[in-house]
Design a protein around this ligand. Sequence first.
Ligand code: AMP
Ligand code: FE
Ligand code: FE
Ligand code: ZN
Length: 289
Amino acid sequence: MTEVQTIAGPSDLHMHSNHSDGTENPGQVVRQAHAHGIHTMALTDHDRTTGWDEAAAVATSFDMTFIPGMELSAKHVWRSVHVLAYLFDPADAALRAETDRIRDDRVGRAERIVRNIGRDYELSWDDVLEQTTMDATVGRPHIADALIARGIVRDRTEAFDDILHPREGYYEPHYAPDPLTAVRLITRAGGVAVIAHPVTAGRDRMLPLNMIEQLIAAGLGGFEIDHRENTAAGKRALREIAARHDLIVTGSSDYHGAGKPNRPGENTTSDEMVARIIERATGTSPRYP
Ligand code: AMP
Ligand code: FE
Ligand code: FE
Ligand code: ZN
């Protein structure tokens, strides 16, 4: 168990930089969090940890607490499941091998999507590379940005509602572990696993209950409940499950810079829950000011 220093809220535990699909560098993300009154924040780029050092340094300069994090891609059959990981050991070999594999596969997959789109629209792989910083985890948001630059759509929202939506036929899946593997990898790396936005509308409701029970048995820490994409009914159901199993519940913005309307601090996590995450983790420590 890790000793916890006093937590200074408000805390926003889910933010993206341009090391994945956010539009700002890690330092700018921290500055935005600070400008919105956040005192404790986690950087949770998809499938990578390269933004931690820059974010931590800037957080310290603002007297903020920095919680190292990541949003690990997983999938249950075809349904994409995102698992937030906090305070794990970034050098853990098994977790690194898995994130390397996911990121590698995402590149070929993005190229396949672009090739599919290129049959009907003026779009090339070079257009996407222009929207991607050197070490970013490539995803559909970068393809969206290329479509915007080409004047084919207005913004990412329109791209996701239209060309990038699986129903349009251009979509391709990428490799991702199943949620059980994801939770085990995070937990074995000393981290705390929290399912991100578990009950969004449109996608097929919630993970099956028996799968949730399996994840809890495998060491799941909790659920991200206060997130703008969770449905009201889904939140109620999750709160009940969390209370029954004494799980951690979090709230966060899922900030992506200009890539999404989400603003820092629009949802926050209580000091008590932040402390529980820190106590439970053994992989690395928060960076206190
Ligand atoms: P991918 O993992 O490549 O399939 O892309 C999924 C990512 O796209 C998620 O991490 C979201 O952050 C982002 N995303 C999904 N829907 C939207 C949307 N409507 N507007 C902007 N970004 C979105
Ligand atoms: Fe994202
Ligand atoms: Fe997500
Ligand atoms: Zn996210």
